[in-house]
Design a protein around this ligand. Structure first.
Ligand code: ZN
Ligand code: ZN
Length: 420
């Protein structure tokens, strides 16, 4: 991995560059296209910069939906019990309509990772389930890559306090912005160029894995001994992708992973998480699960057991895997040494797996296959998609070929060999 010289810029300049990269490299917005954006009220400064860059790139209309953490808490304090089975279906249907008529999607991630930690897990679970169901038609257009979309992060005071608990609020916020700019390659001399170069390297690694066509991956590390079968006709992807609407986007900024679809019936063994998981406002720590024939038959957490149990009980697919991703331990996010308590960053710090919904794009011709055809190849189906980190500097991974030959893939958390 090349490390371009770091450049000192003002916060305003970095914020502007982040917005530029989000719109032009991440989203690949086309002139005339509408943009649907979601953001926290605390990210309004970045949302405004992105809006400006979107219009400069020719956006027909930018529509932003802001959420407010205080309003979310007010619901848990004061709403009647039936409220927690409700979601704004009309809003998500509207988003699906917008995507079908050509709109792009940008989400600004960031927020208090422990917002709902002290709320009733049953209510949190019901509210999440209601949103998952209502959002499904819109989310399917995203997971099937029918539109160009991206997620970028904005620092917020509550998030900064979680990542830097010992610092004064203004110091913590400045440090989190610094970390976002660094890990999002904004502090390089030419951020857009750095992203194109990094994207090409990810594409090359994915192509190598696709040529190898491993039948399974074998993981070994502290608390982990897992054999994970890959879906038939699986595809490895990494970096950018051309959506069905013909537009090239890099869906996550930052991204360090190459990822594919595991076979939902072919995971066996034990796996231990290497980082805490922040799931929609609740923390789950010390996760260890055992798989039999792809299904989680035992799940333990040292913290947040109840949240984990509820998550796994969402539906049948929630106990099976929908994604496998490889990330070298030398990624800028791992090098930052920080735990972000935010999946966008933490999933790119380490190799991971995800419970739940698989990506149709990670199966050959997957976007053209029916749900039944995808399932027959081993792709999983669920209302949830939750990534959790299993990579570390102590994790070894082997590739297992169809004939059973075993080849070293990662050693001590790094690629065992460079790709040409
Ligand atoms: Zn991933
Ligand atoms: Zn994922």
């Amino acid at each position: 991995m090349t490390q371009t010289a770091l450049v000192a810029r003002t916060h305003a300049e970095n914020l502007d560059l982040l917005a530029h990269v989000a719109v032009n490299i991440g989203l690949g917005l086309k002139p005339g296209q509408e943009l649907v954006m979601t953001a926290s009220l605390d990210s309004v400064a970045l949302a405004r910069r992105i809006t400006e860059h979107a219009y400069r790139a020719g956006a027909a209309l930018v529509t932003t939906f802001f959420t407010d953490e205080e309003a979310t808490l007010a619901r848990y304090r004061h709403a009647n019990d039936a409220s927690f089975d409700h979601a704004a279906k009309w809003l998500y249907d509207g988003m699906a309509t917008a995507f079908k008529s050509g709109a792009a999607r940008l989400a600004i991630a960031g927020g208090n990772p422990s917002l709902l930690a002290n709320e009733d897990p049953a209510k949190v679970g019901r509210a999440n389930r209601a949103v998952s169901q209502a959002y499904r038609p819109a989310l399917e257009l995203i997971t099937r890559h029918e539109i160009n979309w991206t997620i970028v992060a904005g620092a917020t005071p509550a998030w900064a306090a979680a990542v830097f608990p010992k610092d004064a609020p203004d110091v913590a916020l400045a440090k989190l912005w610094e970390a976002i700019f660094f890990t999002s390659r904004i502090t390089t001399a030419d951020p857009a160029g750095a992203w194109r170069e990094h994207d090409a390297a990810l594409q090359k690694r994915a192509a190598y894995m696709n040529a190898k066509r491993y039948a399974a991956l074998q993981y070994r590390g502290p608390g982990t001994d897992l054999r994970l079968g890959l879906a038939d006709d699986h595809l490895w992807l990494g970096g950018g992708t051309t959506a069905s609407n013909g537009l090239y986007c890099i869906p996550n900024l930052p991204t360090e992973e190459i990822f594919s679809t595991p076979h939902k019936e072919r995971a066996d063994g034990t796996v231990t998480a290497t980082k805490p998981l922040s799931h929609q406002g609740a923390m789950i720590d010390g996760i260890q699960v055992r798989f039999e024939k792809g299904r989680i038959v035992q799940a333990r957490a040292t913290r947040g057991q109840e949240v984990l149990d509820r998550l796994l009980d969402t539906d049948e697919g929630a106990r099976r895997l929908g994604e496998v991703a490889l990330v070298p331990h030398s990624s800028p996010i791992a090098q930052s040494g920080l735990v972000f308590f935010n999946t966008l960053f933490d999933e790119n710090a380490a190799s991971h797996i995800a419970l739940g919904q698989s990506y149709a794009s990670c199966v050959r011709d997957g976007e053209k296959l029916s749900a039944e055809e995808l399932a027959s190849r081993g792709a999983n189906d669920s209302l949830i998609h939750v990534d959790w980190m299993i990579g570390s500097a102590e994790l070894d991974i082997d590739g297992v070929t169809a004939s059973g030959a075993v080849e070293p893939l990662m050693r001590g958390g790094e690629w065992a060999a460079p790709v040409a």
